[in-house]
Design a protein around this ligand. Structure first.
Ligand SMILES: NC(=O)c1ccc[n+]([C@@H]2O[C@H](COP(=O)([O-])OP(=O)(O)OC[C@H]3O[C@@H](n4cnc5c(N)ncnc54)[C@H](O)[C@@H]3O)[C@@H](O)[C@H]2O)c1
Length: 313
């Protein structure tokens, strides 16, 4: 199978590419390294990485023309500067429009997309949030532009799957609290936590499900979520344990901010029905893998997409 992966040097893209290459698929990836790392992608005869941007429609078109993908997995996204609305709109809305239109023009078999749970707003009216919860992305440039992107995917005329994600983390995670906790604890700095609860899922578990989507399983919109949330404090403790710190530094506990949802839980029942039961990697194992990776390769990122300090993406 020929799979075109946008954002191939990012957390989800590169984790998926490892799996596709291992089973013999041909992969063409594009990344501009806005948040991705070159060393996320090991050299592999089946994988080619082009350094360029999906914002350039002519580039996207040329790559589709040359590679003729069977399936496109679109993970590229902009989020690292919450004030840079223009770049978010260019990458997440216009860039996704370029990818969706190329899928249509080149008769691609399937397009897979990733949406943020923030599309439901920071004050969802259900817990867990069901797939028919009203869409209300007017909380960040990221959520607005990602929602426009999701509409282009649905408009593409291509068979599509969208995974709306809880917090996806792992050794290649550059956003949210996990890399921040590791970095600050490594430097002997104090961390803070809030009473917020989140559903942290391992990028490898998501990538396994995406491989099934690449192979044609499922159709339409899904929540990728374990359906269970944990306190941010539990993630902090998992990092402290994985780092085997002698003193157990106590984090400062701050109250929830005005826009902070106490919990963001997505109802994964449609995902389990169509993709089967997913074995979710425990938090302690995710933290252990991340700490060991960052000790070897260094940590990067710690981006947040909202202006205030937030813990979800
Ligand atoms: N990780 C999460 O918790 C989370 C939550 C909700 C949604 N998502 C979505 O999942 C997808 C994957 O997220 P991730 O965790 O792998 O993020 P990531 O930042 O690790 O990966 C995104 C990749 O896109 C690349 N990119 C950015 N702009 C580009 C451009 N113009 N052209 C080409 N490449 C570009 C980045 O360099 C990066 O490698 C994204 O679409 C994101 O919006 C992620």
């Amino acid at each position: 199978m020929k799979v075109f992966v946008t954002g191939g040097a990012g957390q989800v893209g590169s984790t998926l590419i490892d799996m596709l290459a291992a089973r013999g698929d041909d992969v063409l990836a594009i990344d501009n390294f806005a948040t991705g790392r070159r060393d996320n992608l090991a050299a592999h005869a089946k994988v080619k990485l082009v350094e360029d941007t999906i914002v350039d429609g002519a580039v996207v078109d040329r790559l589709f023309e040359e590679f003729k993908p069977d399936v496109v997995v679109h993970t590229a996204a902009s989020y690292k500067d919450p004030e840079d609305w223009g770049t978010d709109a260019l990458v997440n809305a216009a860039g996704t429009a370029n990818v969706a239109r190329a899928c249509k023009n080149h008769k691609v078999g399937r397009l897979v997309y990733f949406q943020t749970a923030l599309c439901y707003g920071t004050k969802p009216t259900q817990s867990p949030i069901r797939l028919d919860h009203p869409i209300n992305p007017v909380n960040s440039s990221y959520a607005i532009s990602k929602t426009a992107g999701e509409h282009y995917v649905q408009f593409s005329g291509t068979d599509w799957v969208t995974f709306r994600l809880a917090n996806v983390i792992g050794p290649r995670n550059v956003s949210g609290p996990l890399p921040i906790f590791f970095q600050r604890l490594s430097e002997g700095k104090k961390c803070f936590v809030t009473p917020a609860r989140r559903d942290f899922c391992f990028a490898g578990d998501l990538a396994r499900t995406v491989v099934n989507a690449v192979d044609g399983k499922g159709h339409g919109t899904y929540h990728f979520s374990s359906g269970k949330d944990v306190a941010i404090r539990e993630l902090y403790d998992a990092v402290v344990d994985a780092m085997q710190l002698n003193d157990r530094p106590e984090p400062e506990v701050k109250p929830l901010g005005p826009d902070d949802a106490p919990s963001i839980l997505l109802d994964p029942s449609r995902t389990f029905a169509d993709y089967g039961a997913i074995e979710f990697t425990p938090l302690s194992e995710i933290a252990r893998l991340a700490v060991s990776h960052w000790r070897q390769h260094g940590v990067q990122g710690g981006y947040t997409h909202l202006k205030l300090e937030k813990n979800e993406r």
